[in-house]
Design a protein around this ligand. Sequence first.
Ligand SMILES: Cc1cc2nc3c(=O)[nH]c(=O)nc-3n(C[C@H](O)[C@H](O)[C@H](O)COP(=O)(O)OP(=O)(O)OC[C@H]3O[C@@H](n4cnc5c(N)ncnc54)[C@H](O)[C@@H]3O)c2cc1C
Length: 346
Amino acid sequence: MHFHTVIVGAGPGGLACARILADHNIQTLVIERHETIGAKVCAGGITWGGLISRVPQDIAEKSFPVQHIVTRLQKVRIEEPAPIIATVNRVKLGKYMAQQAITAGAEIMTGWQVKAISGQTLIMEQKESRSQQEITFDHLVGADGSNSLVRRHLGLTSNKMGIGINYQINGDLQKMEWHLNSHFFRNGYGWIFPHRETLSIGAYIAQTVIPAQRLKDGLIAWAGTLGFPLEKKQARAEYINYDYQGWRFSRIFLIGDAAGLASGLTGEGIYPAIISGEETARTIIDPDHSTDVMENLIRKQRLHSRMADWTGASPTFNIIAGELVTLGLRCGLIKFSKLEMTASGR
Ligand SMILES: Cc1cc2nc3c(=O)[nH]c(=O)nc-3n(C[C@H](O)[C@H](O)[C@H](O)COP(=O)(O)OP(=O)(O)OC[C@H]3O[C@@H](n4cnc5c(N)ncnc54)[C@H](O)[C@@H]3O)c2cc1C
């Protein structure tokens, strides 16, 4: 089989890319190793300004015009007229985005894992039967997440990896909370993101600062202080790649986590995945397409990466920076959107 463009991975990045390519009558194949699209560990927080224009509002589980930020010295409530962040169920988001790509004309093969790439050919294996198939392509898009095979095929290393740990538990809360508590999370943070009938309780940190097990221990201890006993609950964790080293490599493109485009500071990765997916599609359609949007995204990603490095290097600097940023948010000197990956802010 031959396709003009093959996309490895049906995450938000791969599906956004597929929809635009197929809309332009480009023969597009998306290969996804899991049977279910979107079953990815995630807190499901999407920024209203950056993303809600791209997904229908009824996909949102809950939306939050108020954000609560808790540090060791401050408890801050930030309110804006429109919601700042909404939560989404990743399977519902995946289903919606997959349907859009299919309606536009893209083909999606689930339950197939790409095993090897050589020249303009890839080998994929069906997970159930172990049968293999060869596909040839003119363009290849690596949308295969933080441990990307396409990225490794290009010879790129991944040295800057954040780690996110999530517990999805039953519960109905109305407050979205961010806890910048250096005692438990160093320069990372703990979160409580309410969904419709569940709560995402989790923590993120750049992996170089503390190992995953210490983050998990801190998360359980912190959640216990808030009345959420997590010891016996099932945690899910995954790396978040923020080691950006390029997105365009002749006929091969990297997007989203595969490109290392997530925020090193907050772990936000859905927005960068969708934007880089869309921009890659436009570049495949027209190689002279403006790189302005990608450059803005990369600038923001690099800023977040530097901030993660600085706060990770010195615990004292981290505490001071966290308290000052929170104070700035409280006084209205800093807008919440400045901490988001949305390039323009709101
Ligand atoms: C605990 C946690 C919480 C998070 N919370 C948030 C949040 O609230 N908001 C936010 O914006 N971001 C969050 N993120 C980050 C976000 O989930 C990712 O940045 C985002 O999913 C990246 O999208 P993507 O399309 O690049 O890759 P992914 O969503 O990772 O999709 C990659 C896809 O490729 C498939 N794949 C991989 N290898 C192969 C292969 N060889 N063959 C075929 N298919 C393959 C995978 O199965 C997967 O479906 C969180 C991450 C974690 C770990």
